[in-house]
Structure formats: C-alpha cells, structure tokens
Design a protein around this ligand. Structure first.
Ligand code: ADP
Ligand code: MG
Length: 231
C-alpha cells in the first residue's frame, strides 16, 4: 500500500493543574493515500484529540507520527504550521467563517499563509474555481449570514481546498446541519475523495455519517478498538 499516515503508540496526556488526564493511551494506526476513513466513537473518547495530532494542530505526549514518510513527532510549532498549510485541510462542525467577509474572501484567506506566491488574479481564479467545485458559483459576494448552514459549510470546504491539500480532516462536519443537507455535504466529501484522490478523515460520533466512509476506525476511551492497520 501507499502509506500516507502512520502512528505508533501515540499517547496524549493533558495536565490540568496537579491532575494528569490521559486521553490517548497508545494509538497505532496506518492510513493509505486515497482512503476515506471514518474515525468514530462516543463523545469524549478522544477523537478530536487524535485528529488534532493527525492534523499537526497539536503534538503527542509520546509516540511516533510519520506523514508522507516525514517524522512529524520531532516537529515544533512552526514546522507543523508550515506542513499544515502545504498538506492539510480542515473542516469543522462550526464552519469557522469570518463573518464580515464574503464567501470569496473567506476562501482566499489561507492563501495569505501559503508559500505559493500567486498574483491576485491567480488567487481569485483559484478561489472562484473552488467555490464552483462546491456548487456555490453564484455566491461569491455573500457574507456568511446571507448563506444557509449547508452553504456556509460548502464555503468552509472550498477554503479547506484552496491550498490543494493531500489530506482533508473533517471534525463532525455535519453536526450543525439537517439530515438532507448532511447527506449533500457527505456526498461532496465522497466526490472529492473519488474524483480528486484527496485522502479524507471524517471524525464523527454518528454511524450514519461513518457509513459514507470506506473504512471505519472505532475509538473508545482513548484506544482504537481494532488494530488500525490499513486494508
Ligand atoms: P471527542 O472528540 O471524542 O468528543 P475529545 O478528544 O474532544 O473527544 O476529548 C477527549 C477528552 O479529553 C475529554 O474528556 C476532554 O474533556 C479532554 N480534553 C480535550 N481537550 C482538552 C484540553 N485541551 N485540555 C484538557 N482536557 C481536554
Ligand atoms: Mg470531538
């Protein structure tokens, strides 16, 4: 297999004053390039903590992490940020759009932090094509408050794609959406995985969401329930 992600014996312990709170208790996992994986478990099982480590938003207390054969566990905050901008995209339950900005401006945002130096015309072209890809070609100038929840999440997806990531992390991406809109958003992830070959990790507590993935990794109390080797 073409391995993209490997975790070995990852631990994460939060320290709250005098108290140690172990949240990840030895997670090992491999994900191949091009997979669409659901990371499923009850609330509090450690999914977001694991996703934050996978997404280089946080670092483990101990254990090994290789992303595209790079040893990430040794990276500092700055190196992780650079890697995120180049390789990774994120979609969250709460959309996290900037309220006073248009859809187009929101989608353009991550380019400011990218090492690619596009001209303004190139940036705008790319942002427009991302909005078209998520079915929002006619909504460039709308602010978030002028868009439905599903449309806002589409803008967030377009934003997550602007730096052409290899991996997309989606943490409860349909948590604030009605069931029909959820289906549309999940079909969009399936399409991005199928047509563009983006590796997608879908974090959810909902078996109905996990059904859209081709593999489900079950998490309970900070551990994966089955060996997490890639298929
Ligand atoms: P899930 O996403 O599966 O609901 P989380 O990874 O968010 O689970 O949380 C797992 C556990 O870790 C919870 O008990 C939560 O309270 C705790 N936790 C998460 N983030 C922090 C943090 N930054 N500091 C302290 N405890 C945390
Ligand atoms: Mg969570």
């Amino acid at each position: 297999m073409n391995e993209l992600i490997r975790l070995e014996n990852i631990h994460k312990t939060y320290h709250l004053g005098e108290i140690d709170l172990p949240v990840l208790k030895g997670v090992s996992l491999a994900i191949a390039r091009g997979e669409l994986v659901a990371l499923m478990g009850a609330s509090g099982s450690g999914k977001s903590t694991l996703m934050n480590i996978l997404g280089c938003l946080d670092h483990p207390t101990s254990g090994g992490y290789w992303l595209d054969n790079l040893d990430i566990s040794q990276y500092g905050a700055k190196e992780r940020a650079r890697l995120r901008n180049r390789f990774l995209g994120f979609v969250f339950q709460s959309f996290n759009l900037l309220p006073r900005m248009t859809a187009l401006e929101n989608v353009l945002m991550p380019l400011d932090y990218s090492r690619e130096h596009l001209t303004e015309a190139q940036s705008h072209d790319r942002a427009r094509s991302m909005l078209a890809k998520v079915g929002l070609a006619g909504r460039h100038d709308h602010q978030p408050s002028q868009l439905s929840g599903g449309e806002q999440q589409r803008v967030a997806i377009a934003r997550s794609l602007i730096n052409q990531p290899q991996v997309l992390f989606a943490d409860e991406p349909t948590g604030n959406l009605d069931s029909r809109t959820s289906e549309e958003i999940l079909e969009m992830f399936e399409q991005l995985n199928r047509d563009d070959g983006i590796t997608i990790i879908l974090v959810t507590h909902d078996p109905g969401v996990a059904r859209h993935a081709r593999r489900t990794i079950h998490m309970k109390d900070g551990l994966l329930q089955e060996p997490g080797g890639a298929p």
